[in-house]
Design a protein around this ligand. Structure first.
Ligand code: PRX
Length: 649
């Protein structure tokens, strides 16, 4: 293996955080035995997880059938996902255990136990059957973050219908496109949900979509917002009416391990969204295993809170399927983090004595912007473990999270994975791994990952492309209706390897550092520079809360680095200061040519920075597709400034 020059390795981070003695005392895994076992034979390792963590109706005969790039796991086995998430806990005497502490944005609360959840899921399963849903059908879900979203997903799983959840913040057009691609028969939605103190009219958006979705036969509407809605006779049904008349018993039918569990659409860089396919036995094994060991779950003591929305894969894998399969107690919160005030999240942590908290770097950087006084208002001493997902976490954001949320005592698991991978792939095990701020550290036991250079050769140190070297149980089974696109997108760049577009580097100790999407890598005077490293250098300046950098065409250097920076509330810094800071942190080659200050950055609705748009702005182009943007006004403001400001050398 060699060093690679595919992407330069510029930022060096030396701080190390081994697990504390007190954390190690209670942890599930303090040594290397899982790594040793998995590296010996990964298939047997996964088979052991499948038999220990999942209840099967019929045992499998083959662990993995691998016909590159198509895999099947636990072939011949049958199981029911909803049985695994509900019935078996109730049968084990844990029916009164809390599954969800639900907190609505207006402050209303509900406590949902495992037996209540099972009752509701059985009734709703029968309701779906009464609407003609049968095994193999697709059901669309377009809901706020309320327990009924989980009920809807589990009811589909119980009867073998595949769900396709569309995030409640998406437009009618996005919903219609996804319904039509999946040819869904039923849509489950709500009248409205609460967001920033107001009700957003979900049913109205659904009605607009329904004008162009011929496959939909019935609509189910949960009452949540209390807003007026129009109900179409013969098509639309109130959820509570269906539940009231449903038969309370719906036995969980065993499903084939490879039965389609869900589709989840992810927007690629180009073209129409891809319906990522996930199946039953392998997926459940993967999410139960990673939820247990990455979050060091003690199901009878922990209160776990993942702040994602069920509309994203994180909500599927680490709110619904992983935690419920493991019998965890969770917090589910409906609204935004700053309603009624900037300390809402921390007040919820204090109220429910949350022990494990899993969120995204974009949220952490927002909390940084709001200032340390917000978390300081609350007792966060119940927390023992923190997690991060969705983007590279800049070392300084990691340090802030560690210190101000984790009280310098909680390990942070930085978890790299994708909609396509189904579950966590690269992450520390918190009782076993010495952490480095900003590094996702190592593949979890059972996963094979390597960084390769342009020619596909594995590198032992330096930057390159992150690839996965062998199949894993939660892997996508394909793209709905488009097997060729599946091959082309993930399996064609490097032979025999899965590549989903991220850059990464290995340091001297073999730690993995994610460098962002390779489409975003900048080429400055022949140096391939990762956006993540320059952004992290900027964020390490005490005045900077958040930064996005892009490479814009430049007559002299090929591309020049343009930075967009958001300052910490009340702080000030000037352009020259920040340019020099980057030069000091990682070298003059990475100095931004221009720095723009902005109160906000353009982000997708799941919180990822949209660098493509910033590139368009920097190069004075008309903006392409902005429909996935969370707040379009941010970009027009930046465009105005770009047009006014002369760039500086
Ligand atoms: O670029 C990586 C980034 O998010 C992408 C996957 O996005 P999505 O399918 O929406 O799933 C997000 C939740 C799993 C990846 O290709 N990403 C995700 N987690 C990390 C990350 N980048 C760096 N570090 C992470 N921990």
């Amino acid at each position: 293996m060699a060093e690679s020059d595919a992407i330069d390795d510029l930022l060096i981070e030396q701080r190390k955080f081994p697990p504390s003695e007190s954390f190690k005392k209670r942890t599930l895994v303090a040594g290397t035995h899982l790594y040793d076992e998995a590296s010996e034979d990964y298939e047997s390792f996964w088979a052991r997880q499948a038999s220990e963590l999942v209840t099967w109706n019929t045992p499998w005969h083959t662990v993995c059938e691998w016909d590159l790039p198509f895999s099947k796991w636990f072939v011949g086995g049958t199981l029911n996902v909803s049985y695994n998430c509900l019935d078996r806990h109730v049968l084990a005497g844990k029916g009164d255990k809390v599954a969800f502490h639900f907190e609505g944005e207006p402050g209303d609360t509900r406590t949902v136990t495992y037996s209540q959840l099972l009752d509701e899921v059985q009734k709703f399963s029968n309701a779906l059957k009464s609407l003609g849903v049968t095994k193999g059908d697709r059901v669309n879900i377009y809901m706020p973050m309320i327990p009924e979203a989980a009920v809807a997903m589990l009811a589909c799983a119980r009867i073998g219908a595949a769900h396709s959840v569309v995030f409640g913040g998406f437009s009618s057009q996005a919903l219609a496109d996804r319904i039509n691609d999946a040819e869904a028969k039923v849509l489950i939605t709500a009248d409205g949900g609460w967001r920033r103190g107001e009700v957003f009219p979900l049913k109205q958006y659904a009605d607009e979509a329904l004008q162009s979705t011929p496959s939909i036969e019935h609509v189910v509407v949960v009452k949540r917002g209390g807003n007026d809605v129009s109900m179409t006779a013969g098509r639309d049904n109130w959820y509570h009416d269906l539940i009231a008349k449903a038969d309370p018993v719906c036995p969980a039918e065993p499903m084939d391990a490879e039965q389609l569990l869900f589709l989840l659409y992810t927007s690629g860089t180009t073209g129409k969204p891809k319906g990522i396919m996930h199946t039953t036995g392998g997926y459940l094994t993967h999410v139960a295993y990673t939820h247990k060991y990455v979050f060091d779950l003690h199901p009878d003591e922990d209160v776990y809170w993942c702040t994602a929305d069920v509309g994203w894969v994180t909500g599927h894998s680490y709110i619904v399927y992983g935690p419920l399969a493991n019998g965890a107690t969770q917090v589910m919160y409906e609204g935004v983090p700053n309603f009624p005030a900037n300390d809402r999240i921390w007040s919820i942590v204090e109220k429910y004595k949350v022990t494990i908290f899993y969120t995204a770097p974009t949220a952490i950087r927002t909390y940084m912007k709001w200032g340390v006084e917000e978390p300081a208002k609350h007792d966060l001493s119940s927390l023992r473990l923190l997690g991060s997902v969705g983007e590279p976490i800049n070392p300084e954001a990691w340090m802030w999270y560690h210190e101000h949320i984790g009280g310098s005592r909680c390990p942070i698991v930085d978890t790299w994975w994708q909609t396509e991978t189904g579950g966590i792939m690269i992450s520390p095990l918190p009782g076993a791994t010495t952490l480095k701020p900003g590094s996702a550290t190592f593949p979890v036991p059972g996963v094979g990952a390597e960084v390769v250079d342009d020619s596909g050769k594995a590198v032992s140190r330096g930057g390159g492309y992150l690839t996965l070297t062998h199949p894993w149980p939660g892997m996508l089974r394909g793209i709905w209706g488009d097997p060729q696109r599946y091959k082309d997108t993930y399996w064609s760049r490097f032979e025999g390897r899965y590549f989903a577009g991220d850059g990464a580097k290995l340091d001297d100790d073999g730690y993995l550092w994610l460098l962002g999407r390779v489409d975003d890598v900048m080429n400055v005077s022949g140096h391939r520079i990762s956006t993540t490293e320059v952004e992290s250098a900027l964020v390490s300046h005490p005045a900077v809360a958040e930064a996005a950098v892009v490479g814009a065409n430049d007559a002299t250097t090929g591309q020049a680095i343009i930075a967009y920076v958001t300052l910490v509330g009340g702080a000030s810094a000037d352009e020259q200061d920040l340019r020099n800071h980057v030069a000091k942190e990682i070298g003059a080659i990475a100095k931004p040519k221009t720095v723009y200050f902005t109160p906000d950055l353009p982000k997708t609705r799941s919180g990822k920075i949209m660098r493509r748009l910033l590139r368009d702005v920097a190069e004075g182009r008309n903006l392409g597709d902005t429909t996935t943007l969370a707040d379009a006004s941010v970009v027009s403001e930046l465009q105005k400034r770009a047009a006014e400001a002369p760039s500086e050398d």
